[in-house]
Write a protein of this length. Structure first.
Lengths: 269, 140
């Protein structure tokens, strides 16, 4: 009888140990399955990252090569330099060509460039100031800040012909506005003033050959009838991480079978 | 009089109980071995992921350094030799609007059979033309 009890005790102990080993085995099995899934997901993320980063880089290169807009960024200012009107046909052609090339090769990628071709908007962040064109290739540059969170606006323009008249009709306010217009044979005019960006102000050069309109916090620079080289500089307090890029997400990547989607903005500078 | 099976000295009950436990242990060990196999294969997954990332990093460095812009096999090969770890083989294909032919740079002419091959691609621009670079990478 004692030997029977010893046998039973031995058997039950062995059963208990076997159950513990079995539990560990099941745990390891589930853990390894979970690890495999996570690693597969990481591999998919890498594929999406490669596509996204390369598309952003290429779109940035197209802007720098074809848009004929020079962008300079520092921690206290952003400057845009271009001809007005801008010769946009090269930029539009390259953007369209790149979009067709990419979408023909990869069905998971879609480039939303319609707004870029229409206005070529650029966003200054973190100040949220939009620099765009009313129809890229047209005669108007528009600076539309979400709020007046900058210290000064400086506009320099080299126009065709002599500077013969400069009319500054501005409403006094707290925003510093510096305007300098240069023409042929050393002719020029300039003015530094404090304006109210929410009231109507007009600056007319050579009877509307070149004009600056200010109203409702929006600044329009217009070159009528001729081409001008315009440098627009926005000055603000020293800020970290100042950057310029397209305001809307241009790059759309969708791997629905992997349940991964990505939308990306493109940073220019 | 009870019949004794197998002429055992200590009775049939204890024998069969011990046999049952032995079978249970065998099943448990078997499961452990299977689980160990899956753990081993997940370690392989980690190595495969690392291989893909190596290929991705190589292509990214070639692109960012402007080496791909040259579209020259020798230039790309020289740079590749300094980037590729010695235990990997790689094949890189460049094609696009810049040429009607595909440029191929490879460390071995034939893809490995029966081995994992990592792959990926990037879009790039060379001299104002659009292009695609694809890579395949496998261990030696």
């Amino acid at each position: 009888m004692v030997k029977m009890k010893k046998g039973l005790l031995f058997s039950f102990t062995l059963i208990f140990l076997a159950l513990v080993i079995l539990s560990l085995a099941i745990l390891m099995f589930h853990n390894s399955l979970s690890t495999k899934e996570r690693l597969s997901e990481l591999g998919s993320f890498d594929v999406v990252y490669d596509l996204d980063s390369s598309l952003q880089k290429s779109l940035r290169e197209i802007f720098l090569e074809e848009a004929d807009i020079i962008v300079n960024v520092s921690n206290s200012s952003v400057a845009f330099e271009e001809n007005l009107p801008n010769n946009e046909s090269s930029f539009a052609g390259e953007m369209g060509s790149f979009k067709n090339f990419v979408e023909a090769d990869d069905e998971h990628v879609w480039l939303d460039i319609s707004d870029v071709l229409e206005e070529l908007p650029l966003s200054v962040m973190p100040h949220n100031i939009t620099y765009k064109h009313l129809s890229f290739g047209g005669d108007t540059i528009r600076i539309a800040p979400k709020e007046i969170n900058f210290n000064a606006l400086s506009i320099f323009a080299r126009i065709e012909g002599n500077v013969t008249s400069c009319d500054f009709d501005t409403e006094s306010g707290g925003l510093s506005l510096n305007v300098e217009i240069v023409g042929d044979y050393g002719t020029s005019c300039s003015n530094s003033m404090l304006v109210n960006p929410y009231e109507d102000s007009d600056i007319e050069i050579n009877q509307n050959q070149f004009t600056i309109y200010i109203d409702d916090g929006i600044f329009d620079i217009i070159s009528n009838k001729s081409t001008a080289r315009v440098i627009t500089k926005i000055l603000f307090n020293a800020t970290k991480n100042v950057n310029v890029g397209y305001p809307d997400a241009l790059v759309h990547i969708d791997f629905s079978e992997l349940k991964i989607a990505k939308r990306s903005h493109v940073r220019i500078k | 009089m009870k019949t004794r099976f197998y002429h055992l000295n200590y009775g049939n009950k204890a024998f069969f109980l011990a046999l049952d436990v032995a079978l249970a242990v065998i099943v448990a060990v078997g499961l452990l071995v299977i689980a160990n196999y899956y753990v081993g294969s997940s370690e392989n997954k980690l190595a495969e992921l690392q291989m893909i990332r190596t290929g991705s990093d190589i292509i990214t460095v070639l692109d960012n350094k402007g080496v791909l812009d040259s579209l020259d096999e020798e230039t790309i090969k020289d740079e590749l030799s300094s980037l590729l770890p010695p235990y990997y083989n790689i094949r890189i294909q460049l094609y696009g609007a810049f040429s009607s032919e595909t440029i191929i740079i490879e460390t071995e002419s034939e893809l490995a059979e029966g081995k994992f091959i990592g792959s990926g691609k990037r879009f790039f621009r060379a001299n104002g033309e659009n292009g695609i670079v694809k890579y395949q990478i496998w261990s030696k």
